[in-house]
Design a protein around this ligand. Structure first.
Ligand SMILES: Cc1cc2nc3c(=O)[nH]c(=O)nc-3n(C[C@H](O)[C@H](O)[C@H](O)COP(=O)(O)O)c2cc1C
Length: 180
């Protein structure tokens, strides 16, 4: 696909087919993450490819008690339905913490977005899962070291839905020329 087509057509996908992902596609997706720029080229990331079904179910378990305001707990089973969950981990000591900026989070953001766009280019769906999971459970299940941060879970699979685009602010709203 043309680059802008990938950008325009990508969606967060929350329903997946169980069809397996060809190795060549998975490799290209991970390669895109690998080639991302990072603070000082430190490449603080590590990606764990979770295909085992029991592990997938385990790592998406919701953290903490039900919301006190009575909101229903959204089931998280859809995440584990994807044939693969990519767990995006960072070693903060390999990145920078300068002028109040935690660069490991920026590094991960760029690398994961590379991965997500590459997946869209392969006809694969993803959804950035930034919260709601229990980092302790994920770490224990996957043997992740104490000092490592689990930044995101990214389910990866063939989409079983075609959501409409979500709204975005206009270019006029988000850009100005020469001053705020
Ligand atoms: C940093 C980040 C964290 C996110 N965390 C979640 C999440 O925990 N659960 C979820 O369902 N979607 C999550 N999303 C997906 C957003 O809800 C989604 O990108 C946004 O609504 C726009 O929709 P689109 O991706 O289809 O354009 C996250 C996205 C980002 C960039």
């Amino acid at each position: 696909m043309e680059f802008m087509d990938v950008v325009v057509k990508r969606r967060s996908i929350r329903k997946y087919k169980s069809d397996p992902i060809p190795e060549a596609k998975l490799k290209r997706v991970l390669e895109a993450a690998r080639l991302a720029p990072s603070w000082g080229n430190r490449q603080c990331w590590r990606y764990i490819i979770v295909s085992d079904e029991a592990l997938r179910k385990k790592i998406v378990e919701r953290a903490g008690p039900a919301p006190a305001d009575g909101r229903p707990i959204r089931p998280r089973d859809w995440i584990a339905q994807a044939p693969i969950i990519i767990v995006g981990c960072a070693d903060p000591t390999k990145s920078g913490d300068k002028e109040g900026k935690l660069y490991y989070l920026l590094d991960m953001g760029i690398s994961i977005e590379h991965l997500i766009l590459a997946a869209a280019n392969e006809g694969l769906g993803t959804c950035w899962i930034g919260g709601g999971f229990d980092e302790t459970v994920v770490k224990e299940a996957l043997g992740i070291l104490k000092e490592i941060k689990v930044v995101a879970l990214v389910p990866l699979g063939y989409p079983d839905e075609a959501p409409d685009p979500r709204t975005r602010n206009s270019l006029e709203e988000i850009t100005t020329k020469n001053h705020w």
